[in-house]
Ligand binder design. Structure first.
Ligand code: 5GP
Ligand code: ZN
Length: 113
């Protein structure tokens, strides 16, 4: 996807502050952090949103959650953390490349905040 900013981050065309990388996923710090720890975890493959998850590509979601647990441990989020996925316009998804927010280091309200 030529005009996708997260694909550009994967390719290194836009710089990012990386927290984790392997052959399938990239994790990097959010530009506008909403918590003391705010990391975005994305598949390197362009998938538009959680609405595009199928039997064929769902393994990446499990892998992303493994990475989230590893990062939460590494960042010492022992009291808890939140994983957020916004899918589609009604949910406020602003970047149309699947991503999971890993948020921690403070307490959170529910369902928002
Ligand atoms: P969404 O609102 O789509 O769930 O989340 C998109 C997130 O990407 C936002 O929290 C926003 O701050 C972050 N973001 C957008 N552009 C960039 C960027 O170029 N670099 C980084 N590190 N984060 C970005
Ligand atoms: Zn993309």
């Amino acid at each position: 996807m030529d005009d996708c900013i997260f694909c550009k981050i994967v390719k290194g065309e836009i710089p990012s502050n990386k927290a984790y990388e392997d052959d399938k996923v990239l994790a990097f710090y959010d530009l506008e952090p909403q918590a003391p720890v705010h990391i975005l975890i994305i598949p390197k493959e362009h998938i538009k949103s959680a609405a595009e998850i199928t039997e064929e590509n769902s393994a990446i979601v499990a892998h992303i959650f493994e990475v989230a647990a590893k990062l939460a441990k590494e960042k010492q989020l022992d009291g808890g953390f939140r994983i957020v996925n916004n899918a589609g316009d009604d949910a406020g998804q602003s970047v149309k490349h699947l991503h999971f927010h890993l948020l921690g280091g403070r307490t959170f309200g529910w369902p928002a905040g």
